[in-house]
Design a protein around this ligand. Sequence first.
Ligand code: DX5
Ligand code: ZN
Length: 219
Amino acid sequence: MDSNIKIIAPSMLACNFGKLEDEIDLINKSEADWFHIDVMDGVFVPNISFGTPIMEVFKKHAKKTLDVHLMIVNPERYVQKFAELGSEILTVHLEASTHLHRTVENIKNNGMKSGVAINPHSPVSSLNTIIGDIDLVCLMSVNPGFGGQSFIENTYKKVEELKNLIEKTNSRALIEVDGGVNKENAKQLFDSGANVLVAGSSVFKSKDPISTISYLNSL
Ligand code: DX5
Ligand code: ZN
């Protein structure tokens, strides 16, 4: 893994869905690297976001990598579908997939990069036996389900632990941090070893999303 990689991935959950094409265009024009797309089923998490019809809109208009975060039970059911919908990175929750190794292999066999997300309560050590097989770990820094929540401070420690695990095992996985990321904590996250910062509210609720992204990108 190239630990110098730094990627900004705005979470589209916080955008204005009433003008989705304009919001996608804003990210196309910004210095962001990826689109982070949160799919929630109302079962794994207490909220429902959107499904495949909205994903079609991203596929059609987005000009950057589609980083899809599935917060759904039994995500293996939809692997092929999201490949068809243009997902380049598909992340599933460790807590939601019983046969995680098979799911990860299936994601890669469908031509995508495979990501595994863990909830704030799940230890980094729960990744010990899968870290060598995946391209990305998404460390949840809030309890998944909603945008706009406060960042959980214990995440810095988890980033460092995960970085050690990745180095020890020669894994290629990137470290993504998702939830409550903002201008105040982003630098410390990068310094702790994070590679990808997902930012929803701090980007879309800011006065000037383009310059917020550009600031995050400059760290
Ligand atoms: C939370 C989602 C996050 C969320 C981030 O369940 O996975 O991607 O949209 O939003 P903010 O940055 O507002 O916490
Ligand atoms: Zn997410």
